[in-house]
Design a protein around this ligand. Structure first.
Ligand code: CA
Length: 256
């Protein structure tokens, strides 16, 4: 069967939250190449800011050159290369400026196309897919808490009740070599993708996320609702959300 043509409507919003002075999250959405990036920076002074910005800029540079390539394999290797380049760029910037020593960032990149969704991640920024009311987390958290779950030390149910996921086990900028998770899955008209920083998922649980995402309305309004919900729960961290609504490109709202 010929792959049907899909259209994607994007929306994005980043908010400082209620308790932080600076927003050290960053995002990039390029509808023309159908990809988006969310990065969550960390480090003293303004280093987290700088790290997240370097990650976004570097990934944008690489993907603008490489994403016109066709085929899921080529796109998967483009995303991996872009994230590896971002790690190198953060390391190089920190080596040049002692004030930036120790900076790092998490990242999630998603590239939805008619022949499938490609995604890459390092850290605990997440990608979810809502399909027919069911919310699936497509990325794997690189955190101590997730390692406890993976090792069978605690159940996923117990993990959901832990308010903080603890230290990251992987992030960009920490070491010269970084392991990048790259995944792929199918897409269907009606799917809704959510990319976000932990400032959303630490405040709003998965059941609540699913019901907010499933509510009717346009994606930009939905992004605003997600951010408002995280702030209503305390807004302890910066909150960034990127939404991608997948539609059949014959639908009247496509491309809007
Ligand atoms: Ca964060």
């Amino acid at each position: 069967m010929q792959a049907s043509s899909l259209a994607v409507r994007w929306a994005a919003l980043s908010d400082v939250g209620l308790q932080r002075v600076r927003n050290e999250d960053a995002f990039l959405v390029e509808p023309g190449l159908s990809y988006a990036v969310v990065a969550d920076g960390m480090g003293g002074h303004n280093a987290g800011d700088v790290a997240a910005r370097i990650v976004i800029d570097t990934i944008g540079e690489v993907l603008r050159q490489r994403l016109p390539e066709y085929g899921v394999d080529a796109r998967a290797s483009a995303l991996r290369a872009a994230v590896l380049a971002a790690n190198d760029a953060v390391r190089a910037a920190a080596a040049r400026d002692r004030g930036l020593t120790g900076m790092g960032a998490t990242v999630v990149v998603a590239n939805p196309c008619a022949d499938g969704l490609i995604f890459a991640s390092v850290g605990d920024s997440r990608l979810y897919r809502l399909r027919a009311g069911r919310l699936d987390q497509l990325t794997h958290d690189h955190t101590m808490l997730q390692e406890l779950v993976d090792g069978g030390m605690i159940s996923p149910e117990q993990a959901r009740r832990v308010p903080f996921r603890g230290m990251l086990t992987r992030a960009l900028g920490v070491e010269d070599e970084v392991l990048v998770d790259v995944g792929r899955t199918d897409l269907q008209p009606g799917d809704l993708l959510l990319m976000c920083s932990d400032g959303l998922t630490d405040m709003v649980d998965a059941d609540e996320l699913a019901s907010l995402l499933a509510a009717p309305g346009d994606v930009q309004a939905c992004a605003a609702t997600l951010v408002a919900s995280a702030n209503a729960e305390g807004g302890r961290d910066n909150i960034t959300v990127v939404l991608a609504a997948v539609t059949d490109d014959r639908s009247p709202n496509a491309g809007g």
